[in-house]
Write a protein that binds this ligand. Structure first.
Ligand SMILES: *Cc1c(COP(=O)(O)O)cnc(C)c1O
Length: 407
C-alpha cells in the first residue's frame, strides 16, 4: 500500500503507530475540484471548515491554495492566523460563545456570523458597527448522523425562521454593516436536494430583506457535502450541486457571491490512519483483531456508528479468510474501528489502514486511558514528513497540579 507515493509499511516503521498519514496532493485536488465546480458559475469563496482538521501544515496547504476559513472558536481563528491566513479570509461562526470570545475575535479583525439575536445584542455593546452576517435555521436538516444534523427546525443553531427578518431589521438599527446570510444543514449529507431546499429558504429571505432596504453581498450555503466512506458508495455530484445552487441565486436574487464551507469534503479521503495489530482473539462467536488505535485515536465509529473502510496495508490484494472486528486498546466495549470485515488472515505485527480518516479524525482524538495523542505525517512526492510529534507522558501530565500536602 502506498500513500502519496510512499510505502505505508515504511511510514509506520519510521514514525511509529498509530499515525495519521495525509497525502498533500489529495488535499489540493479536493480544494481545486470544489472551488472549480462553483467558480465556473459565479464569484465563489470556499471557506475550509477547519474543525475537520486543524493541523497547521494542512491549514498552510489550504492557505497556499487560496482558501478562506470557517472557524467555530477563537482557538481555530488563532490557529489559522498562525498558519498565515489574514483575518479578512476568516469567518467565525460560534454557538453559545462568551462576550470575551466575541471581543477577542472581533479585535483580531475577523467577521462574525451571528447565531442568535441575543449574541447580536451582546456584540452591539462589544463591537458596534462591525461587519456581520447571520446564521439562520433553514428548517432543513441533513447529515450522516442525528448528532451532526444542524439545520432542522428547533435545532440549537441559528436564528429561527420566523425571527430572521426582525433580527436583520434590528441589526440595521444597531448600525451593523450587514454582509450576508448563512445556513448549515448538517454534516455528511449525500444528496443534492436538501441543499436546494435550504437555498430556496435563503433566497426567499434575501428578497424579503431587499424589500426592507437590506442588500446582501453573499449567500453562504454552509458545509456538509458528504463523501463516500463505503467502497460501493457514490460521490455526491458537486458539479450538479454547484450548477443548481448558483443558477438559483443568479436567477432569483441580486447577490453576486456564493460562499461554502466544506470541511469533510476537502480533507476526509486525504488521510489514512495506520494502526498496528497487537493481539488476536477467537471467542468462538467473534474473531477480534486488536490494534493500537481506539476511540481515543478515531472516535467516529464509537461516536456516530460511522463506517470506515479498513485493509491490511502489508497484505494488499491477498485473499480474505474470515470476518473480524477491528478493536482498540480502550477499556470499553464501545471501542471499535470496524465490525464484521473480511480480512486476509491478520497476524500480530500487521498494519491496519483505516481509510478516510482526514476529517474529524485527529481533531476529535483524546488522551482517554492516559494514551498520549498520536503523530501526524504529511506525504508529498514520495517523501514523508512529520507534521505533529506523538505526545509523551510528559504531555499528559503537563498542567496537572498535585497540591503540596498530597505529595
Ligand atoms: C462543521 C461545519 C461545517 C463543515 O461541515 P462538513 O460536513 O465538514 O463539510 C461548515 N460550517 C459550519 C458552520 C460548521 O459548523
Amino acid at each position: 500500500m502506498y500513500i502519496g507515493g510512499k510505502s505505508a509499511v515504511e511510514i509506520a516503521d519510521e514514525f511509529g503507530t498509530p499515525v495519521y498519514v495525509t497525502d498533500e496532493q489529495r488535499v489540493r485536488e479536493n480544494y481545486r475540484r470544489i472551488y472549480g465546480a462553483f467558480s465556473r458559475f459565479m464569484d465563489t469563496r470556499v471557506h475550509y471548515a477547519c474543525k475537520a482538521n486543524t493541523n497547521l501544515a494542512i491549514l498552510s496547504i489550504l492557505r497556499e491554495e487560496g482558501a478562506g476559513i470557517d472557524a467555530v472558536s477563537i482557538g481555530e481563528v488563532m490557529s489559522c492566523l498562525k498558519a498565515g491566513f489574514t483575518p479578512d479570509r476568516i469567518m467565525y461562526t460560534g454557538v453559545n460563545v462568551s462576550d470575551a470570545e466575541l471581543k477577542a475575535v472581533s479585535e483580531l479583525g475577523v467577521m462574525i456570523n451571528l447565531d442568535s439575536a441575543c449574541e447580536m445584542e451582546r456584540l452591539a455593546r462589544i463591537a458596534p458597527c462591525s461587519d456581520v452576517s447571520f446564521r439562520i435555521t433553514p428548517g432543513v436538516g441533513s447529515g450522516h448522523s442525528a448528532k451532526v444534523t444542524t439545520g432542522n427546525k428547533g435545532a440549537k443553531f441559528g436564528i429561527p425562521l420566523d425571527q430572521v427578518i426582525d433580527t436583520y431589521a434590528r441589526a440595521k438599527d444597531l448600525g451593523f454593516n450587514i454582509k450576508g446570510i448563512h445556513a448549515h444543514i448538517g454534516s455528511g449529507g449525500q444528496v443534492v436536494e436538501p441543499f436546494m431546499d435550504m437555498m430556496e429558504v435563503l433566497i426567499e429571505l434575501v428578497n424579503e430583506l431587499k424589500g426592507l432596504g437590506i442588500d446582501l453581498e453573499f449567500i453562504d450555503m454552509g458545509g456538509g457535502i458528504g463523501v463516500p466512506y463505503r467502497p460501493q458508495e457514490e460521490e455526491m455530484d458537486v458539479e450538479e450541486l454547484a450548477s443548481n445552487l448558483t443558477s438559483m441565486i443568479e436567477e432569483e436574487t441580486d447577490v453576486k457571491t456564493i460562499m461554502l464551507e466544506p470541511g469533510r469534503y476537502i480533507v476526509c479521503d486525504s488521510t489514512v490512519l495506520l494502526t498496528r495489530v497487537n493481539d488476536l482473539k477467537d471467542t468462538g462467536v467473534k474473531r477480534y483483531v486488536g490494534v493500537d488505535a481506539g476511540f481515543n485515536t478515531l472516535v467516529r465509529p464509537t461516536m456516530y456508528d460511522s463506517y470506515h473502510h479498513v485493509a491490511l496495508a502489508n497484505r494488499m490484494g491477498k485473499a480474505c479468510t474470515s470476518k473480524y472486528d477491528v478493536v482498540g486498546p480502550i477499556c470499553e466495549s464501545g471501542d471499535y474501528l470496524a465490525h464484521d470485515r473480511v480480512l486476509p488472515d491478520p497476524q500480530v505485527g500487521d498494519l491496519v489502514a483505516v481509510y478516510d480518516a482526514g476529517a474529524y479524525g485527529f481533531s476529535m482524538s483524546s488522551r482517554y486511558n492516559s494514551r498520549p495523542l498520536c503523530a501526524e505525517v504529511l506525504v508529498n512526492d514520495g517523501k514523508a514528513e512529520l507534521i505533529r510529534e506523538a505526545e509523551t507522558m510528559e504531555d499528559v501530565w503537563r498542567h496537572q497540579i498535585v497540591p503540596e500536602r498530597l505529595r
